[in-house]
Ligand binder design. Structure first.
Ligand code: PRF
Ligand code: ZN
Length: 369
């Protein structure tokens, strides 16, 4: 279980098969986010049809509502959601800090007020692991702290050291052999702090490692070197997961740097706002041009929306505030990212990743808004 078998290498990029209890995942992979136990607006069958391989769930949201016991009573997330494939759950710390109210971090964990009913809740490494065992994902994440950006160096250091003690506590209480616990490397954009986090984290020999603490407001000029530094120092033979990253250009850049797994709400969120991802950049379907265009969003895309609908029809649905519009744009955007990683995998296998990535970026940024 959790075998990670590399098939092709091209520079630092690689393709691999990641074996999980609920099936094989071909990497590099983009994982749609199903925060509330649903990828917003998209059915499990649609996810399978567009080539989703692994779906993300959130400890924070599901423990507060409906409670992990109810999910467990359905046999975990696959039974609850009817998505039959592999799942990954995030540990909750990141979501508490971005969504919770009146939160307080101590050595014990994070105390916060629930956004559902205002009650005081404490999330600890032990509680996060217990909830993630009940949710039953194939991959569970260590309980960590992702400091805000910007943060003081000394704060980041103290925080990453505490994150290691929290990793130890997750490790100690974990009971299920059929779940892989991934550790998360922190350290902000500072190479020496990333190195310290790596030194402390790598001794745990978890089945995979995440690169956390990035894409939190820093520039790409700061983010990419931090990804490069961390990815290059993670074990070659285990999956590397760049958390919360999912803009098309960041997937291409991350793959070039040796990242295998990505997740982000971007494709579904930007779709709900009326934006469609294409090789020619992000198309604003709220603008006037698409209203009379009789071509699909993307002539190269094989998603349901692109096979059946014109831009003009979808722009009409948006203006009429019909719920098919956000559904179809989310579906298309997810398919776009799945096709993007499929094309990256093919280029890596062919040994043409670098020229492919450069040609993709030139076209994408020639038009992007
Ligand atoms: N930690 C966890 N989840 C995350 C992050 C992190 O640092 C990020 C950072 N972009 C997104 N999601 N546990
Ligand atoms: Zn499409």
């Amino acid at each position: 279980m959790f075998e990670f078998e590399i098939q092709h290498r091209d520079g630092r990029a690689r393709t691999a098969t990641f074996q999980t209890p609920r099936g094989k995942v071909q990497t590099p992979v983009f994982m749609p986010v199903g925060t509330q136990g649903t990828v917003k607006g998209i059915s499990p069958q649609e996810l399978l049809d567009i080539g989703s391989q692994m779906v993300l769930g959130n400890t924070y949201h599901l423990m507060l509502r409906p409670g992990e016991k109810l999910v467990q009573a359905h046999g975990g997330l696959p039974g609850f959601t009817a998505y039959p494939g592999p799942f990954l759950t995030d540990s909750g710390g990141f979501q508490v800090m971005s969504l919770g109210h009146m939160r307080k971090i101590t050595e014990e964990g994070v105390t916060f007020k629930s956004h559902i009913d205002g009650s005081t809740v404490i999330l600890t490494p032990e509680r996060s692991t217990e909830v993630q065992e009940a949710l039953g994902a194939d991959v569970i994440m260590a309980f960590d702290e992702c400091p805000p950006y910007p943060a003081e160096r000394e704060y980041i250091r103290g925080s990453l050291e505490r994150t290691i003690r929290w990793l130890e506590r997750c490790h100690a209480v974990k009971t299920r052999e059929d779940q892989a616990l991934f550790a998360i490397v922190q350290g902000g954009v500072h190479p020496d702090l990333r190195q310290l986090s790596l030194d402390l984290t790598l001794s745990y020999e978890t089945p995979g490692f995440a690169i956390g603490g990035l894409a939190v407001g820093e520039s790409k000029e700061e983010m990419y070197p931090a990804v490069a530094f961390t990815a290059a120092r993670l074990p070659e033979g285990k999956p590397r997961y760049l958390m919360g990253v999912g803009h098309p250009e960041d997937l291409v850049a991350g793959i070039a740097l040796g990242v295998d797994l990505f997740d982000c709400v971007y494709p579904t969120r930007t779709g709900r706002f009326g934006y469609a991802l294409t090789d020619d950049g992000r198309l604003n379907m709220n603008s006037s041009a698409p209203r009379t265009q009789l071509q699909p969003i993307d002539g190269d895309c094989d998603c349901y929306a692109c096979r059946h609908y014109t831009r003009a029809y979808l722009a009409h649905l948006i203006r009429a505030e019909e719920m098919l519009a956000p559904r179809m744009l989310s579906l298309h955007n997810l398919r776009y990212l799945h096709r993007l990683v499929e094309r990256a995998r093919a280029a890596i296998a062919a040994g043409t990743f670098q020229p492919w990535a450069q040609a993709w970026a030139e076209r994408y940024f020639r038009h992007a808004v």
